[in-house]
Design a protein around this ligand. Structure first.
Ligand code: GRF
Length: 219
């Protein structure tokens, strides 16, 4: 079974979905460690409750981004992962770190990338009057929130939506479904990052897969 290391900084709802899918067999991979850059991340407790080793590497202990990245990379590698999953990991990582895990590291972002990279995506959606919103799982490349997209899920924004309702809809209806799905694909070796594009089952994807189009046990 493929080995997965999950990086977190906070509540870990995405992590919980991955842990649950690991336990009931849908993930087809084993989560071997959870690493947080913050000691108070609730996700650490979720990991421990699931019997998964939980480790803290505080970024504030390091003199530079490069030094933190290097220590984090060593810690990750000590678990011999096939797949590295950023699940609400709120640190920007540098080019050397990205290159080291290129093609085996993925991230989830709460918007329909390339729309709204960065923070405060739900507020940006309201301010822009977007009709659609959602989330994206993508390979991590040197471009922040800019790596090739694997899967997206979307929904229609209503006049009643606020940044708070959007945050909950994106998490509950989209993120908790598309992330386990993407990791399951990675675990089955059906995905590849090649020449800056996502290949699925040996063919380049013209566009990210869409949750709505899938017959999947993750919906
Ligand atoms: C998610 O919205 C994710 O897309 C973003 O950070 C949030 C993490 O939430 N990158 P959680 O820690 O999984 O609850």
């Amino acid at each position: 079974m493929k080995r997965v290391v999950v990086l977190i900084s906070g509540g870990g709802r995405n992590l919980q979905a991955l842990l649950d899918a690991g336990t009931d067999g849908r993930l087809g991979a084993r989560i071997v460690a959870v690493i947080s850059n913050r000691a108070d991340a609730y996700g650490l407790e979720r990991a421990r409750a699931a019997g998964v080793p939980a480790q803290v590497l505080p970024h504030a202990d390091f003199p530079s981004r490069e030094a933190f990245d290097a220590a984090l990379a060593e810690l990750i590698e000590s678990h011999h992962p096939d797949i590295v999953v950023m699940a609400g990991f709120m640190r920007v990582v540098g080019a050397a770190f990205v290159r080291r895990f290129l093609g085996r590291m993925i991230n989830i972002h709460p918007s329909l990338l390339p729309r709204h990279p960065g923070l405060k995506t739900h507020q940006k959606v309201v301010e822009a009057g977007d009709r659609e919103h959602g989330a994206t799982v993508h390979f991590v490349t040197e471009e922040l929130d800019g790596g090739p997209a694997i899967i997206q899920g979307q929904f229609s924004v209503t006049a009643q939506d606020t940044p708070e309702t959007l945050a909950e809809r994106v998490m509950q209806d989209i993120e908790l479904k598309i992330y386990p799905q993407a990791v399951a694909w990675m675990a089955r070796d059906t995905l590849e990052l090649r020449d800056g594009r996502v290949w699925s089952d040996g063919r380049p994807l013209a566009a990210p897969r869409r949750l709505d189009d899938l017959e999947t046990e993750f919906r």
